[in-house]
Design a protein around this ligand. Structure first.
Ligand SMILES: [Zn+2]
Ligand SMILES: [Zn+2]
Length: 348
């Protein structure tokens, strides 16, 4: 079968390879791959050699944003042939640490977790893949191809859950959320903010492209320019850009008791001078919380599946702006200005 492979540690080794079909040791559920989403992590693997090889392998099957149809599953798995499924990416470390032993592998404390398509386990970028039933998420069949958005949406489901858990420290009634960055992650964050009945504002440095229509049709407000000029004092910020100077500027516009959830990572060439005493004073006197959030546990995938199921599926399908065949993967990792989510059709 064909698979999209790369070599962690060696940049620019992308190859569509013919490899043996996965055996039952990779899971008792057999899946025919339908779509595979591409994100920044995949670009890092392909272009910079990020990632870890599976033990004994010389190539890694990449891809962690999955969607497929069940071909075969054990009777007691709760899955049936034809079901639409997505795979959970992370597996608990073998020790396991405290969080992993409770299914909270997204909080793994020793870093020895593995990840499909990234860290020491083959991903979902192949015509056929297998998965353990407990790591498969069954999707609302009406989601169709939009089911490929479950993995990125799971990251935001966790971000929102954690934000709300922190917010429960007092009888909090947030009204306004600012999402910074209008990529797929930012748009999922905005969708979930609208689903919570919040006044949603989205900031992005670029003010062109299909994201503008998507934000408008969500009933959210778009802003570009300087984030300090958005004209609202957000109770919640979901930050998706990882751009340090932007994060520092956010501290100037927050409402009292604000919660800032940081979900992005980036490296910036600009060294920014920040008044750390001023930030400290503002955080203490404003009861503010800034926290980081990464990855997702099973319940976050389930929350994401529920959120996408409730969303307007036409709106979701507009997030998928480019669809390529497996052989076009090398071109697909080069981002175009109007790309939101690029997906690979694993059937062609
Ligand atoms: Zn991803
Ligand atoms: Zn762990």
């Amino acid at each position: 079968m064909r698979a999209i492979t790369a070599v962690p540690g060696k940049p620019e080794q992308l190859r569509i390879a013919d490899i043996p079909e996965p055996g039952p040791e990779e899971g008792t559920v057999q899946v025919r791959g339908r779509l595979l989403g591409i994100c920044g992590t995949d670009v890092d693997i392909v272009q910079d050699g990020y990632g870890w090889l599976p033990p004994g392998a010389d190539r890694l099957v990449i891809g962690h944003e999955s969607l497929g149809e069940v071909l075969d599953a054990p009777a007691d798995s709760g899955l049936q042939p034809g079901d639409l499924v997505a795979g959970i990416v992370r597996r608990p470390d073998p020790v396991p640490c405290g969080p992993c032993s409770h299914g909270d592998w997204d909080f793994c404390a020793n870093g020895a977790y593995t990840e499909r398509g990234i860290k020491a386990r083959n991903g979902f970028g192949s015509e056929l893949w297998r998965i353990e039933p407990e790591f498969a998420i069954r999707l609302d069949p009406s989601l169709g191809d939009c089911g490929v958005l479950i993995e990125p949406a799971s990251i935001l489901a966790k971000a929102w859950e954690q934000t709300e858990r922190i917010g429960a420290r007092f009888p909090w009634q947030p009204g306004t959320v600012l999402v910074t960055g209008a990529g797929p992650i930012g748009l999922c964050a905005a969708l979930m903010g609208v689903q919570r009945g919040l006044d949603v504002h989205v900031f992005d440095r670029s003010d062109t492209g299909p994201k503008l229509g998507l934000i408008h049709d969500l009933g959210a407000t778009f802003h570009a320019g300087d984030v300090r000029d958005v004209g609202v004092a957000p109770d919640i910020v979901i930050e998706t850009t990882g751009h340090g100077p932007l994060v520092a500027q956010l501290s100037e516009i927050l409402a009292p008791n604000a919660i800032v959830c940081l979900t992005g990572i980036a490296s910036s060439a600009d060294a920014t001078v920040v008044d750390t005493d001023a930030i400290n004073r503002m955080m203490v006197l404003g009861n503010m919380v800034a926290f980081g959030s990464v990855n997702a546990a099973r319940r976050h995938y389930e929350q994401a599946a529920e959120a996408l199921s409730r969303a307007d599926h036409d709106w979701l399908s507009r997030m998928i702006t480019r669809r390529v065949g497996m052989g076009e993967y090398p071109d697909a990792v080069h981002k175009r200005p109007d790309d939101i989510k690029v997906v690979v059709d694993l059937r062609r």
